[in-house]
Design a protein around this ligand. Structure first.
Ligand code: GAR
Length: 216
């Protein structure tokens, strides 16, 4: 019997990625409990869904703190009340300080709406359209102190269509996020990821590829 992992999810708004993770964890019966959903905004819509699902919620409003450091200290204290093994950023729109990131090293994931390392930062869909790229997407990565540059776990690519605007492109990317984020979190829950020199390997995928190579 594997030990259950505690997961805390941080959101700032809609929370559709959080919802996808909660649904998938239950449907696939992960050896994990989603113990809390925490928002930096009291009016984050995703808090309602979490409450309806019987998940504990908390709000740590960044506007109540004078500095990034004091906010992160308060946020960390709130998160740690739930004794998480894994912390998931799901549309959490805050830059985190280095000590906070270090505290959760190797167990803090983020999803970013671009094919990193392209388009770090904000307004990724608008910038992708402006740049005229033909392929766009999303990236799940470990969080490091270097913003949007942590080791990449999974990516999904979507075509950029002639008639796209920011909203249609965002929706196409979001649908893929709801697939890759739960998959990546499950890999972490199952201790299925290893990092070597900034590159992530999914251990079971590697094993399968090796077996296939032996057969062919
Ligand atoms: C997602 O598209 C996610 O990639 C993005 O915010 C959206 C949140 O949607 N995250 C970032 O931009 C992080 N810098 P959701 O609240 O419905 O999950």
């Amino acid at each position: 019997m594997r030990a259950m992992k505690n997961i805390v999810i941080l959101i700032s708004g809609r929370g559709s990625n959080m919802e996808a993770i909660v649904r998938t964890a239950r449907a696939e019966q992960w050896p994990a409990n989603i113990v809390a959903v925490i928002s930096n905004r009291a009016n984050a819509a995703g808090l309602n869904y979490a409450q309806q699902q019987g998940i504990a919620t908390a709000v740590v409003e960044n506007t109540a703190y004078p500095t990034r450091e004091s906010f992160d200290t308060a946020l960390q204290a709130t998160i740690d009340q739930f004794a998480p093994d894994i912390v998931i950023l799901a549309g959490f729109m805050r830059i985190l300080t280095a000590p906070f990131v270090a505290h959760y090293a190797g167990r803090l994931l983020n999803i970013h709406p671009s094919l990193l390392p392209s388009f770090t930062g904000l307004s990724t869909h608008r910038r992708a359209l402006e740049a005229g790229v033909k392929i766009h997407g999303s990236t799940v990565h470990f969080v490091t102190a270097d913003l949007d540059h942590g080791p990449i776990i999974a990516q999904a690519a979507v075509p950029v269509l002639e008639e796209d605007d920011e909203a249609t492109l965002a929706a196409r990317v979001l649908a893929q996020e709801h697939i890759i984020y739960p998959r990546a979190v499950r890999w972490l829950v199952e201790d299925n990821l290893s990092i070597d020199q900034g590159r992530v390997t999914v251990k079971t995928v590697k094993k399968t590829q090796k077996l296939q190579a032996e057969i062919t």
